[in-house]
Each structure stands twice: as structure tokens, then as C-alpha cells.
Design a protein around this ligand. Structure first.
Ligand code: FES
Length: 108
């Protein structure tokens, strides 16, 4: 998959974008109103943002809210599905990891 966002100025449907900015692990990422959080991340070239229990990278798998591979923490709310949450200007997002001692989700 090649992530990309067609610039509004060259989009043949002449859409009018309302820009927004989210912060992911301290890094601001641009998006447009209507995109999901996963859409913003993919358009920024990020295809994985979580680590599963086996240590392998996770991102969007199903894209419809079924697999839970795309989980993020959004504005302090844990386990938000990035493919189902619409990005809002000013969202603060942190990535999650399920590996290592003390990692969130790890069992004692
Ligand atoms: S990609 Fe499957 S739940 Fe989000």
C-alpha cells in the first residue's frame, strides 16, 4: 500500500479541505477534516504505530473496526481504534506497545 493524500489544489473533484493538526507522540501531523486518525497517519507515511504482544508492528489491517490492530491512546482515552475515530484538530495521540515489562496491556 502506498499512503498518499491528493492535494486539494490538484484534486479533480475540487474539494474544499479544512486543515487540522494532530500531535502523535509529540510530532504534529497535518490532516483534513473528515479523515480518520488512521487516514492522517497513513497520509503521513506511517503504516505501523503499535507493537503487538509478539513484538511485531501493527497498524491498519481491516480498516473497518473489527481487528483492533490500529489501537491508539487519544486525548488520554486508551484503546481507540484509529480507523473508526475521526481526527479532530488538536487531538493528542500516543502510540501503544504491548511488549516489554511494564508495557500497557502486559500481564504481571
Ligand atoms: S484496522 Fe482493524 S480495527 Fe482498525
Amino acid at each position: 500500500m502506498t499512503p498518499r493524500l491528493v492535494p486539494a489544489a490538484t484534486d479533480p473533484v475540487r474539494r474544499g479541505d479544512r486543515p487540522l493538526t494532530i500531535t502523535v507522540d509529540g510530532t504534529p501531523l497535518p490532516g483534513v477534516a473528515g479523515q480518520s486518525l488512521a487516514g492522517v497517519l497513513l497520509a503521513a507515511g506511517r503504516t505501523a504505530w503499535r507493537t503487538g504482544r509478539d513484538g511485531r508492528p501493527r497498524g491498519v489491517f481491516c480498516g473497518i473496526g473489527v481487528c483492533f490492530d490500529c489501537l491508539l491512546t487519544v486525548n488520554g482515552e486508551r484503546d481507540v481504534r484509529a480507523c473508526r475515530r475521526r481526527a479532530r484538530d488538536g487531538d493528542t495521540v500516543t502510540t501503544q506497545s504491548r511488549t516489554g515489562p511494564g508495557a500497557d496491556g502486559a500481564r504481571p
